[in-house]
Design a protein around this ligand. Structure first.
Ligand SMILES: *Cc1c(COP(=O)(O)O)cnc(C)c1O
Length: 295
C-alpha cells in the first residue's frame, strides 16, 4: 500500500510544556485516508500471511480495527468478514456503516458467543472449518504478526534523537512492537482501559526478549474504555488549537492529556525529547455530537 510520510514527524509546543522538554508527534493518522494509524501496521503481515483467503476478524461497534481491516481488504481485493460484538443496533453507527460500505460482511453475535469465538476455542475451530479455512485476525490485530508490523512504525522518520516514547494502549500489540524494535528509548504506554492489569503480561507475551525499557500507566483512562470526561474533551480542543493536531477521544486524546499531566509532574527529566505516537482512530470522534470538538 502506498502511503504518505510527508511531514509525518511534527514537533509541537504548548503553553504547559516545560521549556526544558521537547516534544513531537509521529502522525500515523495522516498516512492514509482510510487505513489510519497503528491499525495498518498490525494488519500488514497478517494480510501477507493470509494470501488470497478471506479474512475474518472481530470487534465492537466502534472498533477502529474493524474499519481499518475492511479498508485494507478492499485495497488488497480480499473478502472480509467482521464478527461484531452484541445485537445488531437499530441504526448502525458510523464505524459499522463505513465497514459495510467498504464491503465487509458483518455478523452480529451475542456477547457470550463473541467471547467464546474470540478466545479461539472449539467454537472457533468449528467456524474456521465452516468458513473454508479463513484467515482469522484476532480482535484488535493482537498477535505476533501484528506486533511485528508495529516494529516498522519508528522507521517512518528519523526518530533516533528522542529519549522517550509515549503511546496509547488497547491490547498492547503496538507497545510490544515498539519495544521489539529495540531502539533503546524509554517507552511509556498509556492504557485506555480501566483496571486492565493483565495488560503487562499480554505485552510480555509478544516481546521477543525480556526488556525493562517500557512501562504501562493505568491512571489516565478518564472513566474507562471508550468513556470520556468533560476535561478530556476540553483538553482535546485546547490541544488542537495550540498544535493543530486532532486527537481521538478513545486513545490518543487520553495519551496527550497524560503527556500534559506527566510533564507537569516532572515525569520526564530535564532535557528529554519525547516522541508521542499518534495511532490514528479519528473516525471514532464521529460518534460525538456535532460541535463538541472544534476540529
Ligand atoms: C487500536 C488503537 C490503539 C491500541 O493499540 P493496541 O496495539 O491494541 O494497544 C491505540 N490507538 C488507536 C487510535 C487505536 O485505534
Amino acid at each position: 500500500m502506498h502511503f504518505s510520510t510527508k511531514d509525518i514527524l511534527q514537533p509541537f509546543h504548548t503553553t504547559w510544556l516545560p521549556g526544558n522538554i521537547q516534544a513531537a508527534m509521529l502522525r500515523l493518522d495522516t498516512i492514509h485516508p482510510l487505513v489510519q494509524g497503528n491499525k495498518w501496521f498490525k494488519l500488514k503481515y497478517n494480510l501477507e500471511a493470509a494470501g488470497n483467503t478471506r479474512i475474518v476478524t472481530f470487534g465492537g461497534a466502534y472498533s477502529n480495527h474493524i474499519v481499518a481491516t475492511a479498508a485494507a481488504c478492499r485495497l488488497y481485493g480480499l473478502t472480509s468478514v467482521g464478527i461484531i460484538r452484541g445485537e445488531k443496533p437499530a441504526s448502525p453507527g458510523h464505524t459499522l456503516q463505513k465497514a459495510a460500505e467498504l464491503g465487509m460482511e458483518l455478523h452480529y453475535v451475542s456477547r457470550e458467543l463473541y467471547s467464546q469465538l474470540k478466545s479461539g476455542g472449539e467454537m472457533m475451530q468449528l467456524m474456521q472449518h465452516l468458513l473454508d479455512q479463513a484467515y482469522v485476525i484476532p480482535e484488535g490485530g493482537h498477535n505476533a504478526e501484528g506486533a511485528r508490523g508495529c516494529e516498522d512504525i519508528l522507521k517512518l522518520a528519523d526518530t533516533s534523537a528522542f529519549t522517550h516514547i509515549l503511546c496509547a494502549v488497547g491490547t498492547g500489540t503496538t507497545l510490544a512492537g515498539l519495544v521489539n524494535a529495540g531502539t533503546g528509548q524509554h517507552i511509556t504506554g498509556i492504557s485506555a482501559l480501566k483496571g486492565a492489569f493483565s495488560l503487562e503480561q499480554e505485552v510480555e507475551n509478544l516481546l521477543k526478549a525480556p526488556s525493562s525499557q517500557w512501562r504501562l500507566l493505568h491512571d489516565f483512562h478518564e472513566g474507562g474504555y471508550a468513556k470520556h470526561s468533560p476535561e478530556l474533551i476540553s483538553f482535546m480542543n485546547d490541544f488542537y488549537r495550540e498544535t493543530g493536531i486532532p486527537t481521538d477521544k478513545v486513545y490518543t486524546g487520553k495519551m496527550a492529556l497524560a503527556f500534559r499531566r506527566l510533564a507537569e509532574q516532572s515525569y520526564f527529566p530535564a532535557g528529554s525529547r519525547v516522541l508521542l505516537i499518534h495511532s490514528g482512530g479519528l473516525q471514532g470522534n464521529e460518534s460525538l455530537a456535532p460541535g463538541v470538538l472544534c476540529f
